[in-house]
Design a binder for this molecule. Structure first.
Ligand code: GAR
Length: 210
């Protein structure tokens, strides 16, 4: 079975979508653990209720980013995962950490990358006046919010949208896109070619509409 670890910092709704998608894969996928960077991540309690191993690596306990990433990497490696999925994980990772897991480390970002990297992506989208907003599931590389794109989903911007209403509309499609990608990973269909572009075997579209 392909082994997965999910990293969260908060609510964990994407984690829930991933857990459901991996369960639907049966014996070919195993959700080994959820690791949270903060003790008050609500997603931790949900994972425990589901009988999933839930581990805390509290970033506040570490003096530097390097020390935190070292502890995080050790916690992850204890589970020997094939894939490490970032799902609302709000810590910036060191280059060393990213290189250690390169090709196995995947993130969801709430914008249509390469537009709007960083924080407050919904506010950035409204500010820019774009009429479509979206999310991107991508391999993580050392530069923040850059990296080979696996799949994207889009939603319309509607009159009167606030960052909150837009975020909420997008969240539903985030769940669909991340769940779909988790299924592909479990089936071993996702590869990176030598130009660092993603190939997904037997899949016609990697674009999702609300
Ligand atoms: C999601 O919208 C995710 O795309 C975003 O945080 C939210 C987490 O929600 N991630 C980032 O902004 C990464 N920089 P969740 O905890 O309910 O999945």
């Amino acid at each position: 079975a392909r082994r997965f670890v999910v990293l969260i910092s908060g609510r964990g709704s994407n984690m829930q979508a991933i857990v459901r998608a991996l369960r639907a894969q049966g014996a070919s996928a195993q959700m080994c653990a959820v690791i949270a960077s903060s003790p008050d991540a609500p997603g931790l309690a949900w994972a425990r209720e589901q009988g999933i191993e839930a581990t805390l690596v509290p970033h506040r306990d570490y003096a530097s980013r390097e020390e935190f990433d070292q502890a995080l990497a050790q916690a992850i490696e204890a589970y020997e995962p094939h894939y490490v999925l970032l799902a609302g994980f709000m810590r910036v990772l060191t280059d060393e950490f990213v290189r250690r897991f390169e090709g196995r480390l995947i993130n969801i970002h709430p914008s249509l990358l390469p537009l709007f990297p960083g924080l407050n992506t919904h506010g950035q989208a409204l500010e820019a006046g774009v009429q479509w907003h979206g999310c991107t599931v991508h391999f993580v590389t050392p530069v923040l919010d850059v990296g080979p794109i696996i799949a994207q989903g889009i939603v319309p911007v509607l009159a009167g949208d606030t960052p909150q209403t837009l975020a909420e509309r997008l969240l539903h499609i985030e769940h669909r896109v991340y769940a779909t990608v988790a299924g592909w990973l479990a089936q071993g269909r996702v590869t990176l070619d030598d130009t660092q572009r993603v190939q997904v075997q037997g899949v016609r579209t990697r674009s999702y509409l609300f």
